[in-house]
Design a protein. Structure first.
Length: 138
């Protein structure tokens, strides 16, 4: 693989390093991602195996029931408020980070868009990306 994916929050209290390649990289236009990002969508890299993740610092966590019915846990920095990562009760091995939390956000390569049913006309994403009304089954 290439070099580890490293990143963290704005103030530096939370840091991560992931020594594997992402399984999927996607933009999501659901309402939850809108609220958290402060704009039309969130951008995420999801890794398949938490054992490749090294975490430093203590995140504050908030659970939300997704439209799928599964609980997702949003981890953010209690000091600077940056959303950093997500975990999922139904997929405990997965580890998802926000693209903008990467030290080099330019490494983000979106492959698809989810929840376009919630998307806004002003939030235009790459027309070449495959789009899904809701969450595609993986
Ligand atoms: Zn912070
Ligand atoms: Zn979403």
């Amino acid at each position: 693989m290439s070099e580890a994916y490293t990143g963290g929050c704005a103030c530096g209290a939370i840091r991560y390093s992931i020594s594997s390649e992402p399984m999927v990289q996607a933009d999501c236009q659901c309402r939850d991602c809108q609220r958290k990002s402060g704009t039309g969508h969130g951008s995420y890299l999801t890794f398949a195996d938490k054992r490749h993740v090294t975490l430093e610092g203590k995140a504050a966590c908030w659970d939300i029931v997704a439209d799928s019915g599964n609980v997702k846990t949003r981890a953010f920095c209690p000091t600077c408020g940056t959303p950093v990562y997500l975990t999922f009760s139904a997929m405990p091995d997965f580890f998802t980070v926000h693209a903008a939390s990467l030290d080099d956000p330019g490494r983000y390569r979106p492959q698809l868009v989810t929840y376009t049913v919630r998307g806004h006309e002003w939030d235009r994403l790459d027309p070449a990306l495959p789009k899904f009304d809701r969450m595609p089954t993986m």
